[in-house]
Design a protein around this ligand. Sequence first.
Ligand SMILES: [Ca+2]
Ligand SMILES: [Ca+2]
Length: 83
Amino acid sequence: MTRLKRLKLMLAIMIGMGAATAAAAQTMVEDTDGDGMYSMAELLAVYPALTDERFVEIDANADGAVDQEELAAAQEAGLLAEG
Ligand SMILES: [Ca+2]
Ligand SMILES: [Ca+2]
């Protein structure tokens, strides 16, 4: 393997690792019952420290469930802490 090829390979690996890290940054909550919304129970599976008060805060339109948009907004705002 030439020096240049080795360098290109290293670069490709580093880019690949960067992409994987970025994807893992946003925790995926599983929609267990498949209704397209995230319930308190579904969020608790990923965020055990979630409180009722915090859930109400995240549920911006107060319909009793958290949708994709509300979840993304909450994650961005740091409202959901793991552990
Ligand atoms: Ca659900
Ligand atoms: Ca909602």
